[in-house]
Write a protein that binds this ligand. Structure first.
Ligand code: NAD
Length: 504
């Protein structure tokens, strides 16, 4: 477990982060490290082993050996699931530590990282149940001639590449189905939030999962990430991150014809019609952009408000924004914490400046001066925005809500879809026909009607257009990504076989 240098688990000064390869915590082959910076103080938390191509080679070799010759490949399903369930139990035992380290590393408020830690355990439990219940093939009888059937087999070594915005929840969302379906894993976590991946490695070491089945290589995208993507032995890459990175990964994976799954960025609409439940829609719109510090792929960064409600909505938003509790991520009451790093802070701030240039009225909450060393962006409203503005077209990925007025259903569907992305969408109306009509008309992978983003793990998760290719979640991860279907044809009676070469 990651301990502080004084031996305390939850200290601010943590022991350094190593790679986890073949069941052991090791330094990078080069001996190099990089600094892990605390977003609240901008001070160094600890050093992280800087993995690169030789470390990826070692990790992939360990994972390949474990798949081909270790006990994992031939292990009975019930035995494999004992490990998956044990990992879930151990995550629950460490949940408070995970939540604290995640807040420390990412700046996310502790009340939210507690939920993410719990979700990490649930990801393993869910895939244990799902694989046992659903990972089976089909039988196809062809009269009295054939009995054909399918089996679903693991791919082998899979590479998982994850972002910094909800690190533990997102990496367990990939590791759990990958392992439960019988693959072995090399995980490359985001360089800006490396801590929780090593807690998972500690938990997995404690579970006595066979060596080499799960490996972690920290490092930068351009080096460690690319080496994993290009490695010939790796069968598939599951990626969550920015759209531009996703495009590059698809190109780099092409030479070795890898399967890829892409969970990318978003610029999701939330539409409030004149007949909506105003207070609930307001709560959902605010939570949907200001939770996770606004660093949320499914955030409703574009809010479309019916003309008749605009004034009332704007007044209510302004009041709420002033009352959002901006604070120390480790404080239970905090609702909004600091952004992940200075670079991202500058990016978000430059979009707020751009909004002014583009003609928005910018209205912001306040950051208490005591927090000035952190990467805080106050909760921000871009009022009187127009959908064609860059601030409404590009992913800002911070606590910034653009508010756009509309008059008709036809108009709002058109402008909501007039964007490159297509991840999520939210519709607020009490007209049941309109609710279904608009839900079906919005170009996005997921729509919530009269609801905030409540997840059902059985449902396909992912986006269309520039928001991704493929779906995670439920049986979709199992059948569409982490396994290969094999069709087996058995002749059970006589069937015609052409007799070539006997014709003369
Ligand atoms: P990012 O693309 O910068 O990095 C994600 C991961 O990719 C990191 O581990 C990084 O090291 C690695 N990487 C970078 N370049 C690489 C390369 N050339 N080859 C291989 N790996 C490489 O994304 P981020 O800034 O960490 O995350 C924020 C983005 O993630 C946002 O766009 C957000 O919308 C998106 N996101 C999407 C979902 C979803 O489910 N659709 C969920 C969460 C976040």
């Amino acid at each position: 477990m990651l301990k502080s240098k004084e031996g305390q688990i939850l200290g601010e000064s943590l022991e350094d982060v190593k790679l986890y390869i073949n069941g052991e915590f090791v330094d990078a082959a080069s001996g190099e490290t990089f600094e892990n910076i605390n977003p609240f103080t901008n001070e160094v938390t600890n050093l992280v082993a800087k993995g690169s191509s030789p470390d990826i080679d070692k990790a992939v070799a360990a994972a390949s050996e474990a798949f081909q010759h270790g006990p994992w490949g031939s292990m009975k399903l019930s035995e494999r699931m004992k490990y998956i369930d044990r990992i879930a139990d151990l995550i629950e035992e460490e949940a408070e530590t995970i939540a604290h380290l995640e807040s420390l590393d990412s700046g996310l408020p502790i009340s939210q990282t507690r939920k993410m830690a719990a979700r990490g355990a649930e990801n393993f439990r869910f895939y244990s149940r799902m694989v046992q219940a659903r990972m089976h093939g089909d039988a196809y009888q062809v009269d009295d001639e054939f009995m054909n059937y399918t089996v679903y087999q693991p791919l082998g070594v899979v590479g998982l590449i994850t972002p910094w915005n909800a690190p533990f929840m997102l990496l367990t969302w990939k590791v759990a189905p990958a392992l439960a379906t019988g693959n072995t894993v090399v995980l490359k976590p985001a360089e800006l939030s490396p801590l929780s991946a090593n807690i998972l490695a500690s938990v997995i070491q404690k579970s006595k999962l066979p060596k080499g089945v799960f490996n972690v290589v920290h490092g930068f995208g351009e080096t460690a990430g690319e080496a994993l993507v290009k490695h010939a032995t790796v069968k598939a890459i599951s990626f969550t991150g920015e759209t531009t990175t996703g495009k590059r990964i698809i190109k780099n994976a092409a030479d070795s014809l890898k399967k890829t799954s892409m969970e990318l960025g978003g610029k999701s609409p939330l539409i409030i019609f004149e007949d909506a439940d105003f207070e609930k829609a307001l709560d959902a719109a605010i939570w949907g952009i200001f939770s996770f510090n606004g660093e949320r792929c499914t955030a409703n960064s574009r809010v479309f408000i019916h003309k008749s409600l605009k004034e009332k909505f704007t007044t209510a938003l302004k009041e709420r924004v002033q009352n959002i509790i901006v604070g120390d991520p480790k404080d239970n009451r905090t609702e909004l914490g600091p952004l992940i790093d200075k670079g991202h802070f500058q990016k978000v701030t430059s979009y707020i400046e751009l909004a002014k240039e583009e003609g928005c009225e910018v209205y912001q909450g306040t950051v208490p001066p005591v927090f000035k060393s952190g990467n805080y962006v106050p909760p921000t409203l871009l009022l009187n925005a127009k959908n064609e503005m860059r601030v409404c077209q590009e992913e800002i990925f911070g606590p910034v809500m653009a508010v756009i007025e509309f008059e008709t259903e036809e108009e709002v569907v058109h402008i909501a879809n007039d964007v490159d992305y297509g991840l999520a969408g939210y519709v607020w109306t009490n007209d049941i026909k309109r609710a279904h009509r608009v839900a079906q008309a919005i170009d996005s992978g997921m729509i919530w009607v009269n609801s905030q983003n409540v997840r059902d793990l059985r449902i396909p998760f992912g986006g269309m257009k520039a928001s991704g290719i493929g779906r995670e979640g439920g049986h979709f991860a199992i059948f569409e990504f982490y396994t290969e279907p094999k069709a087996i044809h058995i002749a059970i009676g006589d069937h015609h076989i052409p007799k070539f070469g006997k014709g003369k």
